[in-house]
Structure formats: C-alpha cells, structure tokens
Design a protein around this ligand. Structure first.
Ligand code: GLU
Length: 486
C-alpha cells in the first residue's frame, strides 16, 4: 500500500475556526497513525476573501498545537508550490486538457445570461442549474474565439444521464443522479481556478490519499469524481466530517461571535487542552479515556469511530479539561503560565510562587485568576453577613471570639516565613477553645479576604499577606463585628 498522505487546505480568511482546526487534527492523526505525511496547502484562490496576516495565523496555530506539517509553503516539499495562487499555469494546462477529454468546455456567457436563467428559475420556484448554451460550441471554434481575445471561463460538462456514486468513510455510500449535478465554473476568466477544480488537481498532483473536509462538500463530491474519471485518475478516500455546532441548530461560527482558537487561547485555555478537547468532537475512542497527549491520539485514532452526527461544542467540558491540564503540570510550569495573570491584579510584594501554589488546584481557566485574587492588593468592602456560616454554626459572636483569639496568637508570632508554624498556631486554637476548625478558619479567611470564595484557605492566604496586613485586616473584622454584637 502506498504511503498515506493527507492535507490541511485552509483558505486564509482570518481566524482559525474550531471546525477547521479539528479537520487539521483529524488529517494529521489519520496520516501519523500510519506513519504518513501531513501536508499544508494554502487555498487562496478566492482573492476577494483574503485577509492579511491570515497565513501567519495558520502557521502559528499549527505550531502552537504541535501539528507539524511535513510539506507546505514554509517548509517546502516535492509537490510545491503549496500556495494555490502560485499554481495558476498548471490549472490552465489541466483545464485545457479536461476540455480535450470532454469533461469541460469553454463558456463565453456574460453574467446577464446567467442572471436571466437564475431569475427564471426563481420565478418558477425551482432550484437553479445553469443550462449553458456554450457547451454546443465546438472546441475549435471556442479556441479561435479565445485566440481572438474573447473572455471565457472553463465550465464542467456533465452528461445528464446515469448515476455517480462513491463510498465515504463516514457517510457511507453516496449516490446521485447525474442530472442534478450543475456545471460549475472550474477556471474563472481571471485565470484563477475555483475550489471545484483546484481541489482535484492539487489533491491528485500532491498524491493525497485521504481527503478530510466538512460535509458541506459531500454533495459536490460526485461532480469532482467525474473529473477524476475523465483524467483517469484514482479517486482518493473521502472522509467528510459533520460540522461543529454551537447548539442543536446553529453551526459554531466566528461570524456569529463564537470563539475561534485564538479567542480561546486569549481567554486562558491551553492549546494542548483545546486540541485534546476537539479530538473528541465527533470522534470517540474505544475506551472511556478523555485526556490524551497528541502521541496517544496518534496511536488510538481510528477513522471508523468518526461520527455522522454533528458535535456540539461544550465550553464547560473544555473548561473542565483545561483544569485537568493545569493541575497535571508542575507548580513551576503553572507559575510560568499564571504569572502574567497574577501580575495583572497583584502589585504588593508577596511571594508569587506561593500565590501560584494556592491557585493551581482551583483554576480551570487562567483568565479567571486576576479576579480570584484581587483581595491580595486590597481588602474589598464586604458584607458582615459573610461571617455567618450555618453548617459550621458560626454566628457573629463566635466569629468575633475567633478573630480575637487569632489576633492574639498571631501578633506574638514573629517569624512569619514558615507556613507550618502558622498552621500549628491557628489549629491549636479550636482545641483550646473547644470549637470546630471551621469556626476559627472561616472567620479568619473572611476577615483577611472579604470574599466568599477564594483560592486557598485562611492559613495559606495569611502566609501570603504577611503579618502586618493579616493583623490589620483581622482588626477591621473585629471592629465590624463588635458594632454588630454590642
Ligand atoms: N479551502 C477549503 C476550506 O477552507 C478547504 C476544503 C478542503 O479541505 O478541501 O473550506
């Protein structure tokens, strides 16, 4: 069997959509599972839709997630150029050949003729399919008109009898009546090919064995196969994948404000976690395992387990997975990633590594960090009702007693550097006072953070804040509670 070759063929139109990245991932996994090649091809034939900088976004994204391509515009290869706009002479040559083979014809119709037919179809309420009068012009006559400078396009010629079918790896056998296939433009008058043509020429010429793409191409694929047949070329294996949805009805789309890969990274999701998550969008492993390295995915990936039904993008699931990734790393690695977010809200000279340590077990997305530790710089205004904790039976009186006791022992502690000492001191209190641990720790944490939820408990946070700040805040708490109790 020949080596498997897949290609990622994005159009450089802006962001990296989640669906696109998933296609790239599936292509990469299919190739690498069999030790094959993964190729990057830039499809820039729709010059009006090009966005500056979009090609760099493609390179950067692939690099960030570790989908290394074996061939492509930036790394070269034996089948280049890998940018479609640099392949125009080749498309022209193949288009002329296809005309000779009877699979296409030259068309001189102006937009008006096409519009006229479109309007007619509309008024009759039938779907539009261009019936091109030019297909009756002989090739010799057409070439003469072209030589005389007439503008033309190359259009596919479809014999309107018979059926075309193929077997898709995901959707199974697809059969269509040739009579419903429209005769699309293959080469435009400016010499640029359309997708309908370029995908065939390039996939064949680049030796692509498996074509993975969105299922919106499923219905055009029979047309493409007719062209393969005209040339006598092998038809690749097709793997059409269902869309990634935002909900039951709507596709995930950047245009509707849904997150792109870049947006998610900006929000503090890890490229590796995103990749892991999207592997499970429309594909399922044989086991319950959900966390995979790219290497593991390569090993277990199986085309047969790609689903036909659309996958819904679930941000909560991604968030959970991201948290799993954050917790799995060493605290030093976590610190490196979290540092810019910590620095957004912490400006006091505290031990940043200690801050990272309290954050790591409780952070799912890095962008939530600044808000979760905003109490470090300054004690926020807080409601005294926060001292009441029903389950721990903490009342204002108990909280006041707890804070006073904590103040007393803490003010005597001079060496604040050791968290263990703080721990022993504070946890000795409940025993002495015949109270529950929570009845001391809850009020202390409330007093020094002013927040209901915090990463880290009273002891860890007191250690980070330092002696002066901790005592100052406990005193604020005592004053507040005294007003209430007396
Ligand atoms: N350029 C096409 C797109 O971005 C590629 C489709 C394909 O993979 O063939 O939709």
């Amino acid at each position: 069997m020949s080596k498997i070759r897949t290609r990622f063929a994005p159009s450089p139109t802006g962001y990296m959509h989640i669906g696109n990245l998933r296609t790239a991932l599936f292509e990469y996994l299919i190739a690498k599972h069999e030790d094959g090649d993964f190729i990057l091809r830039i499809e820039d034939t729709d010059q009006e839709r090009l966005v500056e900088g979009a090609v760099d976004i493609i390179y950067d994204t692939l690099k960030e997630v570790g989908l290394t391509h074996d061939e492509g515009p930036d790394v070269g290869g034996d089948f280049g150029p890998y940018v479609q706009s640099e392949r125009l002479p080749m498309y022209k040559k193949y288009a002329d050949e296809l005309v000779d083979l009877g699979g296409a014809h030259y068309c001189f119709c102006g937009e008006e003729e096409i519009e006229k037919q479109r309007k007619e179809a509309e008024s009759l309420g039938i779907s539009f399919k261009y019936d091109d009068p030019c297909k009756h012009i002989s090739v010799e006559e057409a070439r003469e008109r072209i030589a005389n400078g007439e503008k033309y396009v190359v259009r596919q010629t479809i014999k309107h009898s018979g059926e075309t079918y193929f077997d898709d790896e995901v959707y199974g056998r697809i059969e269509v009546d040739n009579s419903i296939l429209d005769e699309s433009v293959l080469l435009k008058s400016d010499g640029y090919p359309t997708y309908n043509f370029a995908n065939i020429i390039d996939d064949h010429q680049m030796g692509i064995t498996h074509v993975v793409r969105g299922n919106e191409y499923l219905s055009s694929t029979p047309k493409y196969n007719l062209i393969y047949q005209s040339y006598g070329w092998d038809i690749p294996t097709y793997v059409h994948v269902p869309p990634v949805m935002k909900d039951e009805q709507h596709k995930l789309s950047k245009r509707n404000g849904d997150a792109s890969f870049q947006d998610l990274v900006k929000k503090g999701y890890l490229p590796q976690a995103i990749l892991n998550y999207i592997a499970l969008l429309g594909w399922s492993p044989e086991t319950e395992q959900e966390i995979y390295t790219l290497e593991e995915l390569i090993k277990v990936f199986d085309i047969k387990r790609i689903s036909k039904s659309p996958a819904i993008f679930d941000i909560d699931k991604l968030t959970w997975m991201n948290g799993m990734y954050l917790r799995e790393m060493s605290v030093e690695e976590f610190y490196e990633l979290a540092k810019p977010y910590i620095e957004q809200s912490v400006h006091r000279p505290v031990d940043m590594m200690a801050v990272a340590r309290i954050l790591q077990p409780r952070t799912d997305v890095l962008s939530t960090i600044p808000e979760s530790i905003d109490f470090i710089d300054e004690l926020p205004e807080y409601d005294i009702a926060m001292y009441v904790h029903k389950k721990m039976k903490t009342t204002y009186e108990i909280a006041l007693k707890a804070l006073k006791a904590a103040k007393e022992v803490l003010s005597e502690l001079n060496d604040w550097s050791n968290e263990e000492t703080l721990h022993e001191l504070l946890l000795a209190l409940p025993k002495q006072m015949e109270m529950k641990n929570g009845q001391i720790l809850w009020p202390v944490r409330t007093a020094i953070t002013g927040k209901q939820f915090t990463p880290g408990g009273a002891i860890e946070i007191a250690h980070i804040l330092g002696k002066d700040e901790t005592l100052k805040r406990i005193e604020v708490g005592i004053a507040k509670l005294e007003k209430e109790v007396n």
